[in-house]
Design a protein around this ligand. Structure first.
Ligand code: WTA
Length: 641
């Protein structure tokens, strides 16, 4: 497969960019020609940001799996679509060819159909990083069901909330998952999430760890049995087929829940055609993928990065995508490097938090692994600091592999601002320039555009790109309020950014009440709600503080009036509560007990002050005269941990 729209020089980037702004419809129509359509579009784009309403490739019909799988079968049926590296390096690895993937996805689609799943139904997927997770996602797409993958680190309560919000009737899970030295009991978490649930009709369970689990008659079935049955239905005389459901360009493809500044995560909805075209375009251009390259994205498919750059983007390009079940530090901190060596990985895409954590182990684990196959490195999820950038460049890329610093979000579906590997200039800690089709602007508090260079402000986008979120599931008004109402006619990202003298963007972090802990988005309100669920807690306030490895740590100020003989134990109780309500990823790193919180006379918590104290700044706290009780600040300062 060659990629006629792969940008090869800086000049080509400039002209593609110019064209994409002047004639977005012509620009994207040309790219969209390179996919499988049942019917082409009537209109490339219709939009307004007031409702908001965005429709790309309006009137077109397709099934995304035909562009991801079927079209490659004739030319690369025996080429690897996925390479799977298990958690335990001594276990058998798996290579899934496009032919095999086709068969498995047809089987899953048939299995779903046999179990009553229809187009438009929501299927919740809660699995470890096994190839079956990718088959499940694609099987849903094949029959037009809307998948909603939930990361394995979320608790039963979080799953229950998401199931309810999505009104999901079907679940695909595993008995358990391996993660480093741990076994995670996924099915048992699902069982807890389903207590009292009357909506879920079917739970399909894939065997991974063969942990003892409960299987309820009439509700729970084994994946293996169902797949075997489906195999006989989809394969006749050696020919495999399962007719893909015809979808409208704007039919939902998936829901992915993400945190915002309010207490409840929202279900970001992406649709079929725009998401397909944009993830493909950005995959091919940002990473400069060449046929036969091995692409290793270390994310979990429970996050958007895994959706777009392990599954959808790479497959639509006929690429080989490496899927890893484990963690970077087990059995030792050389795990990534041994995988790179073992499979001769060309593109490595990971998160700054992983780089920082591996840096902490020194160069020992890097040595002894041949990393010469690497041509491109990438980062995503949070701002990368200068030190981590240089370590990655020197010790992993050996100064010959460009680093792409890719800025984007669950809501954007694909990469919006990034250098293109080796094609456009890079600058440490800068995401640099927008991809074609993306029009970033910086605005001040009042929404006034900040023009020129060497400026900073709130980052917004002026016009839609093909994979912008369409709505938040079940609540369109929430989507409008969250993203399109802060500034008129703009998509507001929630991030702050600066633009240097060359017009390069550097993302400086969230400007709303959202934390970014190890590249995971967590709303402060969400954590506060969870802490407040503890029986002895009166009130709490949560802020972020700089953390050497995680980027940001979670600092909680808690007013507690329960029995309180042992502070350490109370802290542990609170951590347990948060783990129950959200999951271990949201556990505060520090909990300080306080007798009051700094509030204005109107009762608003002055987070600015709490943030400064958490950061270790105790002198210049700014104006505290508007506080109801200024004395509380001294107490908090003195009790800082
Ligand atoms: C942050 C992940 C700096 C940002 C794809 C954004 C980044 C949030 C970068 C989205 C980057 C992501 N540099 N910050 N290269 N990439 N972010 O939805 O704050 O999990 O708003 O999507 O991560 O996180 P999400």
């Amino acid at each position: 497969m060659n990629y006629p729209y792969q940008i090869k020089t800086f000049e080509e980037y400039q002209s593609a960019y110019k064209r994409s702004v002047e004639d977005p419809e012509g620009f994207w129509a040309e790219i969209a020609e390179h996919f499988v359509w049942r019917k082409k579009w009537d209109k490339v784009l219709e939009w307004n940001f007031t409702e908001p309403k965005v429709e790309w490739f309006k009137g077109a019909k397709l099934n995304i799996t035909e562009s991801l799988i079927d079209r490659h079968l004739a030319t690369k049926g025996n080429d690897p679509a996925f390479i799977w590296e298990p958690n335990n390096p001594e276990d058998r690895t798996r290579v899934v060819t496009y032919n095999r993937l086709h068969k498995r996805v047809c089987q899953v689609a048939q299995m779903l159909k046999n179990n009553g799943v229809k187009k438009g139904d929501r299927v919740c997927i809660y699995m470890g990083m096994v190839p079956e997770l990718a088959y499940a996602v694609l099987g849903c797409a094949r029959i037009g069901a809307i998948h909603s993958v939930i990361f394995g680190g979320f608790s039963a309560q979080s799953i229950a909330d998401r199931l309810e919000d999505a009104k999901a009737e079907f679940i695909i899970t595993c008995d358990g998952a391996y993660r480093g030295a741990k076994d995670i009991p996924l099915k048992s978490v699902i069982d807890d999430a389903l207590i009292g649930n009357k909506v879920v009709k079917r739970v399909i369970v894939f065997t991974r760890t063969r942990t003892p689990i409960s299987m309820l008659k009439g509700r729970d079935v084994w994946w293996e049995d169902e797949m075997e049955h489906a195999e006989h239905q989809v394969e006749k005389d050696g020919i495999v087929s399962f007719p893909a459901e015809e979808m409208d360009a704007e039919d939902p493809l998936f829901i992915l829940y993400t945190s915002g500044s309010t207490g409840k995560p929202k279900g970001v909805v992406h649709t079929c055609a725009g998401y397909m075209v944009y993830t493909n375009y950005t995959f091919i251009n940002t990473f400069q993928y060449k046929p036969e390259d091995v692409h290793f994205c270390t994310a979990d498919i429970g996050w958007i990065t895994g959706h777009s750059y392990i599954v959808y983007g790479p497959l639509s390009a006929g690429a080989t995508s490496l899927m890893f079940e484990g963690v970077p530090t087990w059995p030792d901190a050389g795990r990534f490097w041994s995988i790179v060596d073992k499979y001769k990985v060309n593109i490595l895409y990971t998160a700054p938090t992983a780089i920082r954590s591996l840096m902490g182990f020194g160069l020992g684990p890097v040595h002894g692994h041949d990393l010469s196959s690497l041509t491109t490195l990438g980062t995503v999820g949070e701002p990368i600091n200068e030190e981590a950038w240089h370590w990655y460049d020197e010790h992993i890329g050996k100064k010959k592999s460009p680093i792409v610093d890719t800025w984007w979000q669950t809501e954007t579906g694909g990469i919006l601002i990034s250098n293109l590997a080796g094609v456009t200039p890079s600058k440490p800690t800068y995401a640099t320039l927008p991809l074609p089709g993306v029009q970033p602007i910086l605005v001040d508090e009042n929404g006034k555009e900040i023009e020129g260079n060497n400026v900073s402000g709130n980052l917004c986008i002026k016009a839609p790109w093909p994979s912008i979120l369409r709505t938040t599931y079940g609540d369109h008004e929430r989507c409008r309020l969250n993203y399109f109402s802060t500034y008129e006619n703009l998509y507001f990202t929630g991030d702050g950014a600066l633009r240097d003298e060359n017009g390069f963007y550097r993302i400086t972090g969230r400007v709303d009440d959202v934390l970014n802990v190890s590249g995971h988005r967590i709303g402060t309100a969400e954590v506060e709600n969870a802490i407040n669920m503890h029986a002895g807690v009166v009130e709490s306030a949560v802020v972020g503080y700089p953390h050497e490895v995680k980027g940001q740590g979670i600092y909680a100020y808690v007013i507690f009036n329960g029995r309180h003989n042992d502070e350490e134990l109370t802290r542990k109780d609170i951590l347990q509560t948060v783990t129950r309500i959200i999951g271990p990823i949201a556990k505060p790193d520090k909990i300080q007990f306080v007798s009051g919180l700094p509030k204005t006379r109107s009762g608003k918590i002055m987070r600015r002050i709490l943030r400064k104290i958490a950061e270790g700044e105790t002198q210049n706290l700014g104006d505290t005269t508007t506080l109801l009780d200024p004395a509380v600040v001294d107490e908090i300062k003195n009790g800082r941990i």
